[in-house]
Each structure stands twice: as structure tokens, then as C-alpha cells.
Design a protein around this ligand. Structure first.
Ligand code: ADP
Length: 259
């Protein structure tokens, strides 16, 4: 079940805390604007994984990043997440030029982002609640606050009652929702998702995209890298960044379909 986060209700299966309480802190500290200026990335001596890519996303936008396998989608997300550095060009996130960010500030910067992966990367031997708590524990957040935020995040994804389960006891879609809860538990201003529906059937994939939309309605900037045409066929007109062989082919609000 995907809970309706626009309502405050009190059943343990439903939402008790509005989604806005999950997103405000970090989004005001680092507004979710994303700007790439002439960004290239080359791995070794091969061709550019990204080649002179420029675009701007306003804070609070939702964009689908599409293109064939190997087009550069993951590379682009990795540059935003500072998991890699560009070979040339400038990446500015929320007014911060990442090229000038001191090394000691990187962990704090990363806490302003939520990352969701295709394989969800949950720890199999930990409970759902422990998995979601991980970013907060690493950040040294006090235990009581951790518990409160974990419950709020699980509530947002409709999995409050699964807090003690191990990930292996859940369906693929539920595991992905746990991954999303872990991504939003730090109240990020930006959510980055790399093929989040790649392992899911059509129905579960749609529920996951709806969940991202719900966070986006509360001003979280959302970028979803996907080549899942099923989702693009139902995406409604939406902002699309289309990559091909590392180049940005299209950037704009496109009709539904692979584009
Ligand atoms: P996509 O996410 O669209 O499938 P990627 O960003 O993963 O594309 O890859 C873009 C290109 O960069 C591909 O040619 C890929 O082989 C190459 N690439 C990606 N990561 C690395 C890496 N760590 N080392 C070498 N080449 C890489």
C-alpha cells in the first residue's frame, strides 16, 4: 500500500506525520537546484562517458533521465552525488560549486541527497528499521530522534508495520520502498534514483514512481535515471533529459513515451 501522505491519519498502516516534516531541514539549507555547465567525464583513455553536458533544474523539479544503456545516466548521477568528479566543466548544486567543496564538507553535502538504487542495497541481516536508520546512525543523530524519523519515513512508504522484518521477507517492491525510506530519512533536498523500477513488475514500478511524485510535490528535487519505457509511457508530460553516447540530446518537457 502506498499511503496518502497528504492526510494526517493515525492508523499504524497509514501516515501519521506529513511528508513535509521529512523534507524541510536539508532542503532549506541546500535548495535543490542542479546546474551542469559544459560537463565532461572520461574514464581512463576511453570515450567520454559524458561530453559537454549543460542543463539546469530548478529546486523542486522532477526529471526523468533517459537514454540507452551506457549513455551516461549513472555517471551523471554519480557526479551530483560526488561519487566521481568531472574531467571538465562545473557542477553546481544548490549554489555550491562541487569543484570547490572542501573534502571535509563532503559527508555533510551527501546528507542533503537521498540515493535510491536498482538493487536497493539493503543489509540482509538487519531489520527494515535498522536499514532505514543507518544514515542517521552514521551521522550521530541521537537514538530517540533516530526512532522518530525512522517511523516517519516508514510511514511515508506505507511500511510502518514491517519495521521488524528482514528485507528478505518482503517483496521486491516493498524492498525498494524500504530503500526509498532510507533515502528520505535524512530529509534530503534532492532525491537521485538509478533505475529504481528496473527489477519490478509494471504495477510495483508505477507505485514507486508515484511515491517519488509524492515527495516531489513537497518540493524535493527528484531525478530518476531509467530506460524503463513502461514508466515513460505513463509518465504524463514531464521534464526529460535524454542522453545518447554521453551527449545531452534533448532537455525539455516531453510527451509520454520513450522520446
Ligand atoms: P548508463 O547509466 O546510461 O548505462 P554509465 O554512466 O554507467 O551509463 O556509463 C557510461 C559510459 O561510461 C559507458 O561506456 C561505461 O562503460 C563507462 N563507464 C562507466 N563507469 C565506468 C568506470 N568506473 N570505469 C570505466 N568506464 C566506465
Amino acid at each position: 500500500m502506498i499511503c496518502d501522505v497528504s492526510k494526517r491519519v493515525h492508523s499504524s498502516r497509514r501516515c501519521s506525520i506529513p511528508v513535509t516534516s521529512l523534507v524541510h531541514e536539508a532542503s532549506s539549507a541546500v535548495p535543490g537546484m542542479i546546474r551542469f555547465s559544459q560537463v565532461s567525464k572520461q574514464y581512463g583513455a576511453g570515450r567520454d562517458a559524458l561530453s559537454f553536458v549543460s542543463f539546469h533544474l530548478e529546486a523542486g523539479e522532477m526529471a526523468f533521465l533517459t537514454g540507452h544503456s551506457g549513455a551516461g545516466k549513472s555517471t551523471l548521477l554519480r557526479l551530483v552525488a560526488l561519487m566521481d568528479r568531472p574531467t571538465r566543466g562545473q557542477v553546481v548544486i544548490g549554489g555550491i560549486d562541487l569543484g570547490k567543496l572542501p573534502r571535509r564538507a563532503i559527508p555533510r553535502y551527501r546528507r542533503t541527497l537521498g540515493l535510491v538504487f536498482q538493487d536497493n542495497r539493503l543489509l540482509a541481516d538487519r531489520s527494515v528499521a535498522d536499514n532505514v536508520a543507518l544514515p542517521l546512525v552514521v551521522a550521530g543523530v541521537p537514538r530517540r530522534e533516530v526512532d522518530r524519523r525512522v517511523r516517519a519515513a516508514l510511514d511515508k512508504v506505507g511500511l510502518l508495520s514491517a519495521d521488524k522484518a528482514k528485507p528478505g521477507e518482503l517483496s521486491g517492491g516493498e524492498q525498494q520502498r524500504v530503500g526509498i525510506a532510507r533515502a528520505v530519512v535524512n530529509k534530503p533536498g534532492i532525491l537521485l534514483a538509478d533505475e529504481p523500477t528496473g527489477n519490478l513488475d509494471d504495477e510495483m514500478g508505477s507505485q514507486i514512481i508515484d511515491l517519488f511524485r509524492e515527495f516531489n510535490r513537497h518540493r524535493v528535487t527528484v531525478v530518476i535515471a531509467t530506460h524503463d519505457v513502461r514508466q515513460l509511457h505513463r509518465c504524463r508530460p514531464c521534464r526529460r533529459l535524454v542522453l545518447s553516447e554521453g551527449r545531452l540530446l534533448k532537455n525539455g518537457v516531453l510527451p509520454c513515451g520513450p522520446g
